[in-house]
Ligand binder design. Sequence first.
Ligand code: FES
Length: 125
Amino acid sequence: MTTYNNITEAWSDKALSMAREPLNLGEMLVYDAVSLLRGPCGDRMSIWIKLEGNVIDKISFMTDGCGATFAAGSAVTQLAKRCTIFKARSITPQAVINACNGLPASHLHCAILAVHTLNKTLDKL
Ligand code: FES
């Protein structure tokens, strides 16, 4: 079983602000790949990717999930932007948690959902 660091009791200021004002939020109309995934809690996330060569030029997400899902979607899309497909595949839930300056333990699965959705979209490229 994977263990994670940077698990917090309360929300970090950064995670809260990313949940309230997420970056890269919204449907993309012109894209190379999109996927939709439902997490174990029932919440869903979609990620759209538009490539420029082998590099992720544009990336966006939508979710009907909790605030942490918005923070995780914002984090994973920021981490993946301008990465090659190969490098984007190395983004981990831990990297998403760190980009949020930590997530509460009860929201770990939100970071996992964001990374799994990214990988599902990458699989379609
Ligand atoms: Fe379900 Fe965040 S993804 S609570």
